[in-house]
Write a protein that binds this ligand. Sequence first.
Ligand code: AMP
Length: 283
Amino acid sequence: MKIIQSPQEMQEISAGLRISKNTIGFVPTMGALHQGHLSLIQKCRKENDTAVVSIFVNPIQFGPSEDYQKYPRSLPQDKKLLESVSADFLFVPEANEMFPFGYQTKITVESLSAPLCGKFRPGHFQGVATIVMKLFHIVIPTRAYFGEKDYQQFRIIKQMAADLNLPVEILPCPTAREPDGLAVSSRNQYLSALERKHAPLVYQSLLEGGKLVEKKEKKPEVIRTAVIKKLQESSLISIEYVEIVHPETLVPVREIDETVLLALAVRIGKTRLIDNLMIQPAS
Ligand code: AMP
């Protein structure tokens, strides 16, 4: 695996590969790699001639009171993991190369960035869309892979690619989970042992909502109430939001008569966790 720091060098390599008709698969990450990331990289590896992974803890997607400084960084371990899944290139730029003094261009995907996490993390998705757009220009991927765990992010990037005619296919990948159902996340390592014990309730609450829809419950409020009740079984969990939205528009639905996204964000202690479930009503 080749490690590239310079955006210009990465861009030159990618341009050369594309000219010689190589397909480039791309997985952007913030590092502290885990099974969730690896599942994306394995799919990327299978479907493309060249697999590029980026590791960049993007300062402009963190709010002033968020965890940018203490976000887990584990580059030596990440490199080993990337070797084990046969990535071809690791792109690890420095923050001051990506956002040099005087940088001023941002990408806003308007409506999709407003609800769900957007309400609680102002500017977050603008930061995400901007860095992904920059990375696309540097890596020039044929296909890019995003986890459904961050469903709103996936949806925003797909919209950005369509709106701006980007010649890249945006592909969703299923959420990797721990054996007890907790969605794998770099932030899970912030959880204390006790908090970790309570964390599976997050996925269990989503399944509870899913079961009700399977039993033909059509009222979103009934589902929300059941999910909230399940989460409240733990005094360590505080709820940011529980929403049932249309998977394309992310607008709350009034009645469940087609596939919906049940999405939530909670805090367990100081750790913010998100998860979601796509639910199809029984026919
Ligand atoms: P991050 O490093 O958190 O920015 O994540 C990089 C990519 O990995 C994003 O597309 C995430 O959605 C994806 N990802 C993170 N956790 C998981 C997971 N548990 N399952 C699948 N994909 C994930």
